[in-house]
Design a protein around this ligand. Sequence first.
Ligand code: MRU
Length: 350
Amino acid sequence: MIKTIEWTAAGVRFIDQTRLPTEEVYVVCRTYQEVADAIRNMIVRGAPAIGVAAAMGIALGVDQSQARDVSALRNEMGQICRKIGETRPTAVNLFWAIRRMQQKFEAAAPEGVHQVKATLVAEAQVMLVEDIAANEAMGRFGATLMPSSGGVLTHCNAGALATCGYGTALGVIRAAVDAGKQIHVFADETRPFLQGARLTAWELMKDGISTTVIADNMAGAMMRQGKIKAVVVGADRIAANGDVANKIGTYSVAVLAKEHGIPFYVAAPWSTVDMNTPTGEQIPIEQRPHREVTHHGGKQMAPDGVKVENPAFDVTPSKYVTAIVTERGIAKAPYTSSLQELGEMAGVSN
Ligand code: MRU
């Protein structure tokens, strides 16, 4: 299994997702600042992976602190969380992870500095294990929604690389394939960062899952030709009404799917559901450097000085979403009540 993130004695280790698919290189971040940079520069990316990376960065920073008492350590913790919280604004998993680490800090605080450090280091590793378990549960639920055979379209990378292993949308596909379904994946290349072409294709091929890469502007034609039976994507934040923020281009795919009568599924762990954000309107959308659009592989693709927009995500209104698969179960419209019900499920952390 690909180890997207790993806690090691030397620091937090990531597979460098900016170098795939041509180079399989790992980087070790030795400080929390290096972890923050790895998140911002997309060495590690994908909402669930960002959440666990944030937790590991916090654990690393706290563990390396020279603070002698809890109050000084709390000040440093604030600084660390601020730095990590400034990296990427859309994936709510980042803020979920910071909150969870802050709660753990306070729970251990009465027992002193040593205990706080040990608690946070252990918690970050628990979150990694829980993430894989959540993906496997999503896979079990989501596989039932997949067609018994035919093309399934996905956008961006919501796989092992975007999580701690197995994946959300790709976890659903993996589980369906394991259950004997004859699925062929169509992977949108996902301009401008090419997560589909570079990452989804790479990890599915590693698993021997039949995959075709298409340019983003081919999806509609493929649907019209009857090549796509279902769409499954991940999410960076799901609002309380079921609106879904995901990689830019997801909205276009959802609208196309509706026009062609194709189900559009979203698979995401409960940590991606933000019940404090009422609708997609309030989800902050990260704007990334223009160079990601104007240049490719170091080569300039657009004239000097041209105006550029580069929103990393868009919002798909819930009316286009056939179902949301989580580790707690499947939510369907009306999402305000179905997500609320899943949220009230006891015995699941978050
Ligand atoms: O900018 P990225 O690569 O972090 O965006 C990733 C996505 O949009 C994924 O679809 C989403 O995080 C779900 S990952 C399981």
